[in-house]
Design a protein around this ligand. Structure first.
Ligand SMILES: *[C@@H]1O[C@H](CO)[C@@H](O)[C@H](O)[C@H]1NC(C)=O
Length: 323
């Protein structure tokens, strides 16, 4: 990294930290100081394991990192191997953290496996909705715009295997990921929630005018979809089926910025906040909050086998916390 690049990265980090510190200083009452992770799984040579996912053979985790790669953890001996990329032009993508190259290298965020065929779906902040087969490699771009409006900052997704559709967000049609401080300060309301229909390859806009839409997660019964609105601290619920289909209401109001949302096997939801993770019931009540010092810039919390795996947009590791 030359001097100019490191200056760039340092400025970005400083801005990012200031803005989050300003906005996330709301005290969280009743929380445990739990995010002293029991174990840190270092992502060797990389930073920012944003989203975590396991394949249908229960291998992984897989995670997208700041240099644009999607890595797979293959156990202590083999460590992390490169699984997939979203950009074919990666000759300059050689440093772990270079926000000014994100639009070239890609920045994979939300990841989900289609358990039926082993395909991995990837939402890349700059390169749209992508898919890659079980062998990995260069992903195929599926969507980069909706209703004539290009995506600017794709963020997260979920797959409905019953309906064969993918729900995904574009956080803003104005600001890119590396402009998050501006996106927050401006109060931008140009975000959208889309649906990608696999059979027809059609992209439909379900909700527009959203205030920094971020995490996406289906309910266990598939009746509703949650969408985090980062700027408003809210989780919205869009009813997909049943008597309320098409209606949107507030599911929960959180004590901080919501990022990714992931469901556990009981149908409860873990929402990542900047410095905490919060568990919500399927009715939106806050059940548990874990916060702490080792995990910062928390982007996702995945419950698996009695553990909580914590991803981060900036840290060089995944935190593993015993529930
Ligand atoms: C590949 O990336 C470089 C910057 O790293 C850029 O200058 C060039 O235009 C890119 N090429 C293509 C075909 O996009």
């Amino acid at each position: 990294m030359n001097f100019k690049d490191s200056l760039h990265a340092a400025t970005f980090l400083a801005l990012f930290s200031c803005i989050f510190a300003l906005f996330s200083s709301v005290p969280i009452s009743g929380s445990k100081d739990g995010l002293q992770a029991d174990r840190l799984l270092h992502v060797t040579g990389a930073v920012g394991p944003e989203s975590l996912v396991f394949d249908s053979h229960d291998e992984g985790p897989y995670t997208g990192v700041a240099d644009g790669r999607i890595l797979k953890y293959e156990g202590e001996e083999r460590g992390w191997t490169e699984f997939a990329v979203t950009s074919s032009n990666r000759s300059d993508c050689v440093v772990p953290f270079a926000p000014e190259l994100e639009h070239i290298c890609g920045r994979p965020l939300g990841l989900r496996f289609d358990k039926k065929n082993g395909d991995l779906y990837i939402v890349d902040a700059y390169l749209g909705l992508n898919v890659v087969g079980p062998a990995g490699g260069l992903a195929t771009q599926l969507a980069t715009e909706a209703e004539g409006q290009p995506f600017r900052f794709n963020n997260d997704m979920d797959i409905s295997e019953d309906e064969d559709v993918i729900y995904f967000t574009d956080s803003s049609t104005v600001y890119q990921r590396r402009q998050i401080p501006l996106l927050l300060l401006s109060g931008d309301k140009t975000g959208r929630l889309m649906k990608y229909v696999k059979s027809t390859k059609e992209v439909k806009v379900l909700l527009s005018g959203l205030n920094y839409p971020n995490g996406v997660c289906l309910s266990k019964d598939g009746l509703f979809l949650l969408v985090g609105e980062t700027s408003t601290f809210r989780i919205l619920r869009l009813w997909l089926h049943g008597p309320n289909a098409g209606q949107v209401n507030t599911f929960a109001v959180l004590p901080g910025y919501p990022d990714n949302i992931r469901r556990n096997s009981d149908g409860q939801f873990w929402v990542a906040l900047h410095n905490a993770a919060i568990k919500l019931s399927d009715e939106g009540e806050i059940l548990e909050i874990v916060e702490g010092k080792t995990m910062r810039y928390v982007s996702e919390a995945d419950e698996k086998d009695g553990k909580l795996l914590i991803g981060s947009v900036l840290m060089p590791y995944i935190g593993i916390y015993s529930l």
